[in-house]
Design a protein around this ligand. Sequence first.
Ligand SMILES: [Zn+2]
Length: 228
Amino acid sequence: MKEARVEQAVATYFKDRFPQFSTSQQCGVQFGTRDGMADVVLHQSIGGEKGYFVAIAECKKFPLPILRARARAQLKSYMSATNTQYGVLAVGKDPRNWEFCENKYNNWFTEINREDFEQGIKNWKPVSAGALAVDGQAERRISHWWKWIALFLGVLFMVSFSSLLLLWPDPPEPIVYITQTGKKYHTYNCEFLQDKNVEKKFAIYLDEAEKDYASCGICAPHRIEKSK
Ligand SMILES: [Zn+2]
């Protein structure tokens, strides 16, 4: 028995029982950056666009070629990624052999019987805002929304940062001190300048001082000032 025939059986079951919704086979599902294919999806149909997923079916041939736990995990990962409330693990074409589950709340899954599954879908309402629509339409809209916020914040940050730089006062020109007869320039607090034998000291820009004077060996103003 081929898996495609199980898919066909599920699609027929969906169409018969839930004519108020649409049924699609091999629907693209996004898991963050990965893509996957849900076998059969029951979904809304809003003005030609596919709306929220109502149920997802994972179809497997009978007997199950993989572990049942793995097949369940696969179905639940699709339901989580799309925020879908109802799931079917269809093993073989007979609905009596299928497993039904419900994503009760925040990916808390519970196995339900077929009656509850059908009743639940009849009363289904799109409660979960932000659920992923078929083809990732809703998710794309949401991510665009976030991109605009991020862009806005980025521009806001750059504008405020650059204006801060513009308003920041220029660092003062480094000033050093010379004496009337000395051949060296000093910082203001240089020990040499404190000596009472030293005549008056004169302030001078470091650039100017470097032309005619040597840096003092005690206070080394060329190192102190230039390193700022
Ligand atoms: Zn000095």
